[in-house]
Design a protein around this ligand. Structure first.
Ligand SMILES: Cc1cc2nc3c(=O)[nH]c(=O)nc-3n(C[C@H](O)[C@H](O)[C@H](O)COP(=O)(O)OP(=O)(O)OC[C@H]3O[C@@H](n4cnc5c(N)ncnc54)[C@H](O)[C@@H]3O)c2cc1C
Length: 354
């Protein structure tokens, strides 16, 4: 059984299977609706139901409040149809966006590499080629728990095409169902299912502006894919990566970024450590990402585009700093690594643009 879904202002009508979410149906048919966590936590995919009946599914009560339900709002990532429905979504024209339909992929774990004491690189061999824009993510079905988790693709599209593998950089979250499984039980040879690509965290080359990437923890994954893609593609304008970790032993792909900076005169790499012991001999920046970025640029960000990726508090701190330094929303793009722990903090889910 299926229903008809009309998406305004696109005016497109698609089939939605009984029990399929609106977001899943739209993305699989090449229609974009803004989204982020994919699990009813953040509210980025909020749409208005203009006509017809929906079931809100497991939308978090903070992400979709009672009065919003009364006003006819729903979350596209959780809602299913009870009749033919028309929705209205806030869809911006994006000249740099490629419309790539979401697909399922059967994968095999080819290897797992310890990048730091808390982050593993998981390499997944795909059953068929995936097309994606650098910076996008996949949903990985976690065996045994019937849930999936979002992980950004850490290697560039060219590397994925050449090797047939996507690389995910997974930080263990204490008490986290998905990441504890991936760190403690997953082994080479295991099968895993992923779907993707998702998200709109990709570079806007058409604006032709210098780019500054700010990343923390495993939030290096998307920027790594984007920066390698830009530099391999001959992007001529300045690119800066400010990358924050707690300590030297948590700094990963450091040698790779130093080598890129040595071979690309337009690329600058600024690693910063927030909890490195005094007297350890670390010669680089100290402090949080937003502090190191502000110091590096002397608080002058005008004319750049900023791409922020990582834990929500890091992204919020960078947004605050950039706005104080007079870089505004239209030039700031974010990917927050939201998890169940952020369910009560649905305010400012992903900044306006993702
Ligand atoms: C777009 C996107 C891209 C991402 N990319 C990456 C990536 O490249 N690398 C990466 O490492 N991570 C990434 N993440 C984060 C990742 O998807 C997971 O959310 C994260 O790793 C935690 O998953 P988990 O299953 O281990 O934890 P969960 O089981 O989801 O729990 C997370 C935390 O919340 C707590 N918790 C659980 N339930 C509740 C509740 N009801 N209320 C309050 N707290 C609760 C848990 O104790 C734990 O501390 C990304 C997230 C998004 C949205």
């Amino acid at each position: 059984m299926s229903y008809q879904l009309t998406i305004e202002p696109l005016g497109a009508t698609i089939e939605v299977e009984d029990g399929q979410t609106v977001l899943d149906a739209a993305l699989r048919q090449g229609l974009y609706i803004p989204h982020a966590c994919g699990h009813g936590l953040c509210g980025t995919c909020k749409v208005s139901v203009c006509d017809g009946e929906v079931d809100h599914g497991h939308a978090n009560p903070f992400a979709l409040m009672e009065f919003e339900r009364d006003e006819g709002k729903t979350l596209a990532c959780c809602c299913t149809l009870q009749s033919d429905v028309t929705i209205e979504a806030d869809i911006e024209e994006e000249p740099d966006a490629q419309l790539i339909p979401v697909r399922d992929f059967a994968t095999t774990v080819s290897r797992i590499v310890d990048l730091t004491p808390t982050i593993k690189a998981i390499f997944l061999r795909l059953d068929r080629p995936i097309h994606f824009q650098a910076g996008q993510y996949v949903q990985l079905a976690i065996p045994g728990i019937g849930e999936s988790r979002a992980f950004s693709i850490a290697n560039s599209p060219a590397s994925v095409e050449k090797t047939g593998e996507i690389e995910l950089n997974v930080r263990i979250v204490p008490g986290g169902k998905g990441t504890c499984y991936l760190h403690q039980s997953l082994k080479a040879g295991d099968p895993l299912t992923v779907s993707g690509p998702y998200g709109r965290f990709f570079v806007r080359q058409s604006a032709h502006k210098p780019m500054v990437f700010m990343a923390g923890g495993s939030g290096l994954s998307s920027p790594r894919s984007m920066i390698v893609d830009l530099l391999e593609g001959g992007w001529p304008l300045p690119v800066t990566l400010v990358y924050g970790q707690r300590s030297k032993d948590e700094l990963y792909y450091d040698a790779e970024f130093r080598a890129l900076a040595a071979t690309h005169s337009n690329f600058t790499y600024v690693p910063t450590l927030s909890a490195e012991a005094d007297g350890s001999g670390w010669p680089g920046a100290r402090g949080f990402v937003h502090e190191a970025a502000k110091a590096h640029f002397g608080a002058a960000f005008a004319g750049q585009q900023a791409y922020l990726c990582g834990p929500p508090p890091m992204v919020e701190a960078c947004i605050g700093m950039l706005m104080q330094c007079r870089l505004f929303e239209r030039d700031i793009y974010t990917e927050k690594f939201l998890s169940a722990a952020d369910a009560g903090n649905a305010r400012s889910p992903l900044f306006k643009r993702v």
